[in-house]
Each structure stands twice: as C-alpha cells, then as structure tokens.
Design a binder for this molecule. Structure first.
Ligand code: SF4
Length: 327
C-alpha cells in the first residue's frame, strides 16, 4: 500500500522549494548517494565492483545516454546549491542522532549547519565554488544556510527525534542478484520496532513528486526493500520517503510480490544496460527532464557530439566488454 499524506503533525510551513518543484523525486538531491556517503565517511572508499544503485537505474530509465555520461564517461557536472543543501541537511540529520535523547532539538540541529558546511567543503572543495566571488547561488551563503535551517524546521514538524533511536544511519547496503547485477545503495535510516518490524527511511530535501513522477520514488523505495530482503531474509514492514521541501511523506508497505516485481524490473533493466554496453548504443531520450541535464552541449538531441568513450571505461564501470567494431 502506498500513501502520500502529511505525516503526524501536518505539513508545517513549506521552506524554499527544490530546483524542480514537483519534478522528479531526486532532482534536488545529491547526485549519487553512495558517493555522498563516501564524502561523509560512511561508505567504503576502496575501488568498488560494478554495481547498480537506484539513482543510476533511474538515470538509465530516463535516458541511456545520460546513464553513459554519468556512469561510464563520468563527465563532471557543475555543483548545484540544491544538491549541496541536500547533502548538508542529510549530514545534520545523521549526526543529530549522536546527541542524547532530549537534546535533539531544532535549535541544536540548526546550530550544526555552519560546522557541517565547513566539513563538507573540506571533503568536497567543489562546494566552495557555489559562493565564490560574492553572493553566489541563492543570494549568499547565509540565506542558503537559512534555507537549510527551514528544511530542518520542517523535519521537526514530521518527526520527534527524541522519540526515535535509529538502528542504523547512512547504512551502506548491497546484494548480489543471482545471474544479475550487484545492487547497492545507502539507506538514510533504519528503524527497528520492539516487535522486530523494520522501517526504512529516506530523507528528500526537495518537494514530493507529482503523480507522474512518483514511479521513480517508488522504484527507489522498493529497490532498497529488495536489497534488505535479500540480505537479511526479511521484508521491511515500511518504506518511507520524507520530503522536507513540502512536509509530505510517501509510504509503502511492500509485499513479496512488489519486491519480486522490482527484481524482475532490475533484471530486465540490467539486460538492456548490458546490451547497450556491448553494442555502444547509448540512445538519448529527449524528455522535459532534459531541461535539468548538464550534458546538453554533448548530446545529439541538442546538436552536440558525445565524446569518445575512454579506453576500458565500459569494463571498468560495468564489468562488460564492448563488442569489437568491424572496420
Ligand atoms: S540532454 Fe536529454 S537526451 Fe541528452 S543526454 Fe541529457 S537527458 Fe539525455
């Protein structure tokens, strides 16, 4: 069952919206949660085996060429103030739970913002570019931090962190599908009730998606449900996306059939990715989401020419050897 409704105390005052109001679920989120977790020191930094995350799976479903640019070419994308704010708010919400019960207040969370922002800039110097040379994005760093503070304010209208003791935070998860890809992701928070029931919680700093974009949000949730089921042998009771941009909560109680369906979807997707990797056919798919793509200059749909794929990059990224092209 899936519901989209204000949680507990209601929606509160909407803070600044995301870059894409009501758009794709993760438009204002960090580009890659695994890489974000690495920045924050949560995920292993050793060279990883090729794997599929829900973000990159969504990339391929949106546009195979976008997937290629991000996963294989690893083309740089300019830092986004919305994504950086997402990383910052995630970091504060993760560290907030280090404080003892009773001390997890909104004031304490907001007071963490400047220090966490310093830490993130040290880990990822690109973030410093956002405000270099003056006001920069969003009218200056203080206004931007205030926006992050508003998102935390919305969080406190939805949950009381003094009544929660997460079992896990920023949990790195992966599972190898038999005859399929390695699946990987980062779960923001895992709650375990005294009954043993598991709730998976993911924070989003954008607004909740319009109905036409809810599919990718549900896919991400079920992807995590599948990975946890395969790893722990138990289906999570609840999958929950918390949208701090508008105080909405998207919930799903996954059933075995839902997770089997998403497993089948992932297998089919991986088969299509494998085919593209072998043949080199990364077909661009033009949609309204192209408006937020950083790679229009090298996209044939916009008059550009993709760069040559670096030697060995496909194998390195996906573990698949491209077929030799007859000359
Ligand atoms: S501009 Fe659109 S079609 Fe081109 S790579 Fe980006 S998402 Fe794909």
């Amino acid at each position: 069952m899936t519901s989209l409704a204000p949680d507990l105390a209601g929606s509160g005052t909407p803070p600044d919206g995301p870059a894409v109001p009501g758009g794709p679920a993760d438009a204002a989120e960090p580009l890659e949660s695994v890489e974000t977790a690495e920045l924050l020191g949560h995920a292993p930094r050793e060279r990883r085996r090729p794997a599929l995350s829900p973000s990159r799976a969504n990339d391929f479903m949106q546009c195979p060429l976008l997937f290629r640019f991000r996963v294989i070419d690893k083309l740089p994308e300019p830092p986004s103030s919305a994504a950086a704010r997402g990383t910052l708010v995630h970091s504060v919400l993760e560290r907030l739970y280090d404080a003892p019960l009773g001390e997890r207040t909104l004031a304490a969370a907001q007071a963490m913002l400047p220090g966490e922002w310093e830490r993130l800039q040290e880990a990822e110097p690109r973030y410093a570019e956002l405000f270099a040379g003056g006001a920069g994005a969003d009218g200056g760093v203080q206004a931007w931090l205030d926006g992050a503070g508003n998102l935390l304010g919305t969080y406190f209208t939805l949950e009381d962190p003094n009544r929660l003791e997460p079992a896990e935070r920023e949990m790195f998860v992966e599972t190898q599908l038999e005859d399929g890809p390695l699946l990987r992701g980062i779960v923001d928070r895992l709650d375990v009730a005294p009954t043993g029931a598991v709730r998976v919680v993911d924070y989003k700093t954008g607004k909740s998606p319009r109905p036409q974009y809810q599919g990718s949000a549900l896919f991400q949730m079920r992807f995590y449900g599948l990975v946890l089921w395969r790893e722990r042998g138990e289906i999570p009771k609840m999958l929950q996306l918390v949208y701090l941009g508008d105080g909405q909560v998207l919930r799903a109680e996954p059933q075995e059939a839902d997770l089997l369906a998403v497993e089948e979807q992932v297998r089919t997707l991986w088969s299509t990715i494998t085919q593209a990797a072998r043949t080199g056919q990364w077909t661009p798919r033009r949609t309204p989401l192209c408006g937020w793509c950083a790679h229009q200059a090298v996209c044939p749909q916009f008059g550009g020419t993709p760069p040559e794929i670096p030697e060995g990059a496909v194998e390195l990224a996906l573990g698949i050897a491209p077929e030799a092209v007859a000359s």
